[in-house]
Design a binder for this molecule. Sequence first.
Ligand code: GLA
Length: 391
Amino acid sequence: MNDVVIQKTSAFFQEKFGSTPEKVVLSPGRINIIGEHIDYNDGYVLPAAIDKIICFAFAKNNSNESKIIALDLNEELVVDLSADVSYSKIEWTNYLLGVIKQLQDNGFNFEGFNCVFSSNIPVGSGLSSSAALECGFLYGINSLFDLQIKPIDMALMGQKAEHWVGINCGIMDQFSSVMGLENKVIKIDCKTLEYEYHTADFNDYALILFDSNVKHSLMTSAYNQRREQCEEGLSLLKNKFPEINSFRDCRLKHVHELKDVMSADVFKRCSFVVKEIERVTLACTALDNGAIETLGQLMFETHEGLSQEYEVSCNELDFLVDFVKNEKAVVGSRLMGGGFGGCTINLIKKGEEDAIKTKLVEGYKATFGIDLKIYDVKIGNGTSLYEPLKH
Ligand code: GLA
């Protein structure tokens, strides 16, 4: 499937600019097995890059101006690189302008280039198409002008670009997009940015995403608000317990001791964060031991917490999780990513996927009148140059 995007992007580049691209970059979306909304709370997360990508074709154009074409939208962005970057009204362009701003702010020198990109990552489904956009774009400029930016720094700059756009996100999405490895999940310690790869072996179970087809319009403001509530909670915890520096030092009993001091919302958010940090550690051990039912159970618990305590679910996502809870073939399910829409991630017994898919598609349509979309997940590599002989 990626071949189609690569071919299409390169051919359009050739047609539009009259030369073959100098660099072709593939930048993936991500899934997350467990560890939601704790990347910005010093927790652990367990994401992986997937085989859905944005493909970018690049070449220098010996000018001070860059022309970037979003092939799928038939829109283009022209950037004068000698001027300061400012916000645009066209949403997708801001992610790229944010990357250029990061490069400028960090003193990197580069010249004009032409770029075409096209994607097969669904947008607004919680698969981090924006991180793929930031990281792939940055990777291409880095490679074209030999800027020698380290992968981790690319992830951090991608994250800052996203902040500039307006979401005060954590590091998980950009980190997984850059650092992903085929058939591995990455356990990231978001406090130190240390990371380890764990084999993504789910035994008899397949990873399937169900896309609610609900777009998360509330996401930006609610996300930033959740983050502020956690900061408020942490500052109360630090005041009361000097041994606490971050949520990592925190136990549920600490949060409970402050129940009367915290607002009801802040109490719920902090309770979730502390439990979710613990769950990731348990889940990673379960994965390493092949205890997939245990892992699945933890995923159900995460969903419950995201829905009731962190309050980032919606009726459609709750329905998708509740529905499969009654199915023996499904050992785990939860909303994935920021929430308010997008996908659930599910562990379904191999051989029984089709039956579950059929039932869920029908049930979902009957209840909400919405068509469910389904993605079978393959774990792929992080952002890289496309080298035809290797594919
Ligand atoms: C979004 C953010 C991530 C992370 C998730 C929730 O995807 O970009 O940093 O916080 O939500 O886990």
